[in-house]
Design a protein around this ligand. Structure first.
Ligand SMILES: O=C1C[C@@H](O)[C@H](O)[C@@H](O)C1=O
Length: 334
């Protein structure tokens, strides 16, 4: 099946896997982008237990669902981050956090990402979506002043930590799709260029296109698809609504999610400022045939509503390109 519509399970980790399958199936999804969160997909068990992977596939099959991608954003975040602190303790499995000594956490996170590739191969999927973390994200405002050497070292640190992980991805025939996202090594056009260069544009490292992270930076999600056509390994659909009015800023002002005065918030797919039709035309243009995954993260709309209606919205955009130009029959034969 090309361009199946999947539900990303990261925001449903409080529910048992079987229950998420039931809901997604009822709403008409073709499958899941399974997050390594909650009981949805446990990397250590997938590698250690003979029947674990088959058990996941059996549950999916019972609900008429398939899987093309797994995700491990939370562990990937800890591979390059500096500092490693209470935020990571809150999102990491206890066995990765361990005693919390920062370099130990980074090393265990790197080993787990390599194992995630092995587990993905065992499950029969060819793409792992996730974050990389970044040693230099903390310098985004560039004050106190930061030297170019420090920035260069950040990209080198990313390459040094991720190349050995990507070697394992290559060994097992799986690709990593990094989600371009503030807080990561690649968060916009120029940082994506620099990141791809840092790992020599090796095919094991590509991108997860999620337009919600571009919109509030005033980047063009459509242009991004065309610029990085050969690197779009996965698509996540989430929307963003901007409310920049001269007082509400793009940095969020440390206001809580859904605060009426925030400059922007994530909203359910189809309810924000993403130009979805142009985006899907661009995906058609580059010949993207992979999964289209729906991610719900809307502070103003219940997930049972947002995720249920998104599948129909996306399906309405999955039109094909014509096989020939409208006037091909009249073109000259000479
Ligand atoms: O894919 C994602 C992973 C989430 O954990 C994160 O909140 C979000 O920004 C996102 O897009």
């Amino acid at each position: 099946m090309t361009r199946p519509i999947t539900l990303f399970t990261g925001q449903w980790a409080d529910l048992p896997f079987e229950e998420v399958c039931r809901l997604a199936s009822e709403w008409g999804y073709d499958g899941l982008e399974i997050a390594c969160s909650g009981d949805h997909f446990e990397v250590d068990r997938a590698l250690a237990e003979d029947d674990y992977v088959q058990g996941r596939l059996d549950i999916l099959a019972r609900h008429g669902l398939k899987v093309w991608t797994i995700s491990n954003h939370l562990v990937g975040q800890a591979v390059c981050d500096d500092p490693i602190d209470h935020r990571h303790q809150n999102i990491l499995p206890a066995r990765i956090w361990g005693d919390g000594e920062p370099e130990g956490v980074r090393q265990r996170a790197a080993a787990e990402m390599a194992d995630t590739a092995r587990a993905a191969a065992k499950l029969g999927v060819d793409t792992v979506v996730g974050f990389t973390g970044s040693k230099i994200w903390k310098y985004v405002a560039m004050f106190p002043p930061v030297s170019q050497e420090v920035i260069d070292d950040g990209y080198q640190d990313f390459a040094d930590r991720w190349n050995p992980i990507l070697d394992v991805f290559d060994e097992v025939g799986v690709r990593f799709a990094h989600e371009v996202h503030p807080s990561e090594i690649a968060y916009d056009y120029w940082t994506t260029e620099r990141t791809l260069e840092a790992v020599g544009r090796r095919p094991a490292f590509g991108l997860n296109w999620d337009p919600s992270h571009f919109v509030w930076q005033d980047l063009d999600p459509v242009g991004f698809i065309l610029d990085f056509a050969d690197r779009i390994y996965h698509v996540d659909c989430k929307d963003t609504k901007k409310r920049f009015d001269g007082r509400n800023g793009r940095l969020g002002s440390h206001l809580a999610w859904a605060h009426a005065r925030r400059g922007w918030d994530f909203v359910s797919t189809g309810h924000g400022d993403v130009n979805w039709e142009e985006s899907f035309r661009a995906l058609n243009h580059i010949g993207y045939q992979g999964p289209i995954s729906v991610e719900w993260e809307d502070a103003g709309m219940d997930r049972l509503r947002g995720a249920a209606e998104a599948v129909g919205f996306i399906r309405g955009l999955l039109f094909d390109k014509p096989n020939a130009a409208f006037d091909a029959a009249f073109s000259s034969k000479s």
